[in-house]
Design a protein. Sequence first.
Length: 254
Amino acid sequence: MPTDECDACDIRPLLSGLEAWQSMESRMSSRPQNLRCPRCRGELDGTTESRLECRGCAESFPVYAGIPWLYRDGQSSLSQWAGKLQFFQATQGGVIKELEQALGDRTLLSTTRTRLERLKLAHETQLAQVVGLVEPFELAGVAPEATLPRDRIPSQQHLGSYFETIFRDWAWGESEIRGAADLVESHLGASAADGPREGQRLLVLGGGAGRLSCELARGHAWSTVVQLDINPLLTRVGSLLANGQSVELTEIPS
């Protein structure tokens, strides 16, 4: 799903957060200028490329592939997402196994066999693609928690939750995204023709793969656009695509 880089905006996704700067000067500014510690709300220092340090409570937060992991309990959230990755792998593995068993039927029509083989390949490919996309978060090396965490990620929120919105955002949903951006701008009285409103920032909660945030940043009505989302897969995809890179991801019709 290739895409052109957003003109004059630099999308920087966070877990949580997607930050878009509207000029080269702001691109060069320090990453934590609009971020705060999720524990004490203190200012964050980006002393290294791999961690953010809180000036208030001295807590440290990892940065994966340019994406700060800003959970209040970082290790617990990593463990929970590691468990969700294992669930995704097990679910996909189960589908692949069922397809393999179905292909063992020697009485299948040739057209049916071809369809099942293609479907099996699609699931295998999608599984490898998803695992590769979340690799920077190092979830494979984290053990899932055995006890109930204090800050629990909702049980209905899985790695593949809202998976279809990736394709809507960046592949076939252009009119829907543009309509949503127009709706937000009209409700907030924003107009790209007026130029960026100095010091005005826009927060997008649960922005998923980031296309809406990118469109709002492209419109230049705000000096800064910040998106928050908890899903590492969606955030990673949004990070890559909004910055002009391409992502290979297989869409399997339901």
